[in-house]
Design a protein. Structure first.
Length: 250
C-alpha cells in the first residue's frame, strides 16, 4: 500500500517559499538564450497567417504586433511594468522603515525576478526578431498616480493587482502561441508569477487561504483566472504613459 501524505501535514514556511522564489527566478537565466536561438524558419509570427504582423511603428505609434512575436512583445511590456514598479518599491525612502523584514525580503526577491524577466524578453526578442532596431518594443514610461511607494498598504495592494493581472495575462495569452518552445518558456514564467501573487497575498493576510483565493482560482475547475490581451491592456495601460497599440492581438 502506498504511503499517503495528508495535505494538513505539509506546512510550507515563508522561508521555504522565499527559497523557491529565489531559485525559480534565477533558473530563467539559464534559458534566456533559448528564444534567441530558435530557428527563424519557424517564424514565431503566426506562420503563414496573413493577419499576423511583426511588432513595429504603424502610423507613428508602436504596435505590439500579432502572432507569437506579438504575444511575446505583449509579455515584454507587462514585465517592463512589473520591473519598474518593484524597482521603485525597493528604492523608496520608506522601504527599510515602513516595511517589515519579511516584506523587504520578499519584495526584494520579486524585484530581482521581474528585472530578470524583463531582460530575458529584451535579449530574446532582440535575437529572434528579423529587425530588432525597428521591431523591438522600446523602453516604456510609467505613471502610478498618487501611489505612495513608502506606504505598505498601498504598495502591497498595487503589487497584488499587478501580480494577479500578470498571471491572468499569461494564462489568457498562452493558448495563442504557436511555437511549442515559446509556450514552454511562457509556462515557466507564469509559474513564477503565480508564486509572486501568492507571496504578496500571504503578506497582506498571513496564514489565510488568500494565497489561492476564490477570486483568482475557479472553485469548480481549480484553474487560475485567464484574461486575453484585450482585457489586460486597459488595466495595465492605466500605468503606462507611452502610447502603443495592439490591433493584431486577441
Amino acid at each position: 500500500m502506498k504511503n499517503v501524505v495528508s495535505i494538513q501535514e505539509v506546512k510550507p514556511s515563508f522561508t521555504n517559499r522565499r527559497s523557491f522564489l529565489k531559485i525559480s527566478g534565477l533558473t530563467l537565466v539559464s534559458t534566456s538564450l533559448l528564444l534567441a536561438g530558435c530557428n527563424n524558419d519557424d517564424d514565431g509570427n503566426g506562420g503563414n497567417d496573413p493577419v499576423s504582423k511583426f511588432p513595429g511603428l504603424r502610423n507613428g505609434v508602436f504596435d505590439l504586433g500579432g502572432g507569437d512575436f506579438g504575444i511575446l512583445t505583449y509579455a515584454y511590456a507587462l514585465e517592463q511594468l512589473e520591473a519598474d514598479f518593484y524597482t521603485k518599491v525597493v528604492n523608496a525612502s520608506g522601504f527599510t522603515t515602513n516595511f517589515t523584514a519579511q516584506d523587504q525580503a520578499v519584495l526584494t526577491d520579486l524585484y530581482r525576478h521581474e528585472v530578470i524577466h524583463r531582460e530575458f524578453f529584451k535579449t530574446a526578442l532582440t535575437g529572434a526578431l528579423p529587425d530588432a532596431n525597428t521591431q523591438l518594443l522600446p523602453n516604456l514610461a510609467f505613471n502610478y498616480g498618487s501611489l505612495d511607494f513608502s506606504n505598505r498598504t498601498q504598495v502591497l495592494a498595487t503589487a497584488k493587482a499587478l501580480e494577479d493581472t500578470g498571471v491572468a495575462a499569461y494564462n489568457g495569452a498562452g493558448k495563442f502561441l504557436i511555437s511549442p518552445d515559446y509556450l514552454l518558456l511562457a509556462g515557466k514564467i507564469v509559474s513564477v508569477e503565480a508564486r509572486h501573487a501568492s507571496a504578496i497575498r500571504s503578506l497582506i493576510n498571513p496564514n489565510s487561504k488568500d494565497f489561492a483565493g476564490d477570486d483568482v482560482v475557479d472553485v469548480t475547475t481549480g484553474l487560475d483566472v485567464e484574461k486575453t490581451p484585450s482585457q489586460v491592456i486597459p488595466i495595465a495601460g492605466g500605468f503606462i504613459t507611452t502610447k502603443f497599440t495592439a490591433q493584431y492581438l486577441p
